[in-house]
Design a protein around this ligand. Sequence first.
Ligand code: AHR
Length: 521
Amino acid sequence: MNKKYVISMLVLLCVPGLQFAQSPVNTLVVRNDAAKETISKFIYGQFAEHLGHGIYGGIWVGENSPIPNTRGIRNDVVDALKKMKVASIRWPGGCFADEYHWAAGIGPRANRPRIVNTNWGGVTEDNSFGTHEFMDLCEQLGCEPVICGNIGSGSVKEMADWVQYMTSDGENPMSELRKKNGREKPWKVKFWCVGNETWGCGGIMSADHYANEMARYSMFLKNWSGNTLTKVASGGLQEDYNWTETIMKKWKGADGWLQGYLGGYSLHYYTVPDWNKKGRATDFSEKDWFTTLSTTLTMEKLVTNHGAVMDKYDPEKKIGLMVDEWGNWFDVEPGTNPGFLYQQNSLRDAIVAAVNLNIFHKHCDRVKLTSIAQMVNVLQSMILTKGPEMVLTPTYYVFKMYSVHQDAAMVPVELQTESYSLGTESIPALSASASKDKEGRIHISIANLNPTKSENLRCELKGTTGAKISGEIITAAAMNAFNDFGKPEAVNIKPFTGAQLKDGILTVSLPPKSVVTLEVR
Ligand code: AHR
């Protein structure tokens, strides 16, 4: 062996500090001194579509069900959702929205028409869960409704009437009808989507065509009785920046005509590495784990690029980027209806949720609302139900643990992370974000994407005098651990003791495949 090499190795091993200098290290600077933007609580929005058991069975069981309920809505599901602080729910779709005719879902349930849900399994939709039932759910949860109107097969009048029905207190036919149906006072509705995926199931439109339709519809959706609608335009396919440009151009317009008519622009992005081979939710290899995480990181690029197009027309960031469909989309569970999109949810889903929430926090000056798809029994759910049983998923626990960030001031972070490599590919091993709440507590959330290696993190806290630290962790022994019916929970929130704070420096030891939230106060 070369003598010089041996000597330098000995120096390296013996001189304290040199080993640290030579080996890569994860560092995080938490810039509490630069906190400015607010993380809107609506980043913690949900999506409930008339799809499979997303509504029927999962939320709505009817008043005569043996499953404990309040006016037909499951008590167990409501209690669990309250605990994770659901901020908003997008409804009734999705693709379903563009064949939903709201008038079919009001009045005595026995008289409501039965239709076929052509998008999702061709099953009978009896319209028993309609506007009043959905608004009851929102009121029970204390969350905001996000209504998605039908532009594909509806009309301007139909959508305008729905707005009037829900929000007007005045003397007009729709307000009278609502009162006749048992609701005296109007509801408040903040968010209104003018169509869904209008490039596809919402009408196969071009960007130009939709921009004109969006303008026409938006103009007739009125602000009644002190209610103010934030109208959300449908976006194009995930990387269709031309679509974004077209809508923003229309919004800005030569004479600014549309400026009062649009408040948000929708982006949908599902984590699917290969649409022809989506893979199983719980039966997967490390390669699948890696590919899913590397695919989900695309969200950073999409939010940045769509945001950059929006910046050209809206530098003041008046229009929110609403990521109102996102999450993992795997193969349905064996033996279930392919049209119901029912999938289990593992620790991998928890990491995906954390990574995306960290991205949304970082871009909270532009991202004002998101809706993970979907809340119950569909795609990357918070909750799974089977008859009277209910399971809380790993994703549920991430949303619950991260709820401390809702409406808190975003604290910018500068992260230097090691790579997580598999074969010839690499992604960042860590993902992080931070915020300061109204009581001055700082919350730092970190995900370790590497399923086999723990990571040490040195964290510098700038602009805080906090001296006490506590933490919570979500992890499990297996990367495909999941919570199942009738079994003790394999993945949930546990206390975390792997962090020390000394002289403003936080050192954290992050176990493999984990999500941690620390509180500094
Ligand atoms: O979330 C399932 C479907 O995915 C929605 O209905 C549609 O908008 C999207 O394509």
